[in-house]
Design a protein around this ligand. Structure first.
Ligand code: DQA
Length: 148
């Protein structure tokens, strides 16, 4: 059976999960998230979870997804709301016929008005938001279903 590597990409400030606004994002760290996703153990899927505060790095990882035909679970964090550069890179992924699931830990629509706009959603395959770390688990389930 062939193995598909799922890129789980996280944008700025998500490296501070655990201590960053735990009332909004919970008390789990990025390592906890990685462990939770790895324990989901979808047959034929490996998880490559990364985080960066740097827009250029995130864009480079989306190119890598295209070049390696990897599905993407993307939490663009604050870039969600204004990064047209990230949107254009995300469009390359979906235009290549690859899944790109936009995820959010919180529900941005229940928060400040500036969070109600996502410049990424229009080029994502779909969006899962508001379920804490389970947003990622649901996205991973979706990827597994689609690759079946
Ligand atoms: C977030 C929501 C964004 O508005 C915020 O800037 C983040 C995290 C989320 O996962 O809920 O950094 O993407």
């Amino acid at each position: 059976m062939s193995v598909t590597n799922v890129l789980v990409l996280n944008g700025p400030n998500l490296g501070r999960l655990g201590s960053r606004e735990p009332d909004v994002y919970g008390s789990g760290t990025l390592d906890d998230l990685r462990a939770a996703l790895e324990s989901e153990a979808h047959e034929g899927l490996t998880i490559d979870l990364r985080q960066t505060n740097d827009e250029a790095t995130l864009i480079g990882w989306l190119y890598e997804a295209v070049d390696t035909s990897s599905p993407v679970i993307l939490n663009p964090a604050a870039f969600t709301h204004y990064s047209y550069a990230l949107r254009d890179a995300a469009a390359l992924v979906t235009k290549a016929g690859l899944l790109l699931v936009e995820v959010h830990i919180s529900n941005p629509h229940a928060r400040e008005v500036f969070r109600h706009t996502s410049v990424i959603s229009g080029v994502a395959t779909g969006v899962i938001a508001g379920f804490g770390f389970e947003s990622y688990a649901l996205a991973l389930d979706l990827v597994a279903r689609r690759l079946r």
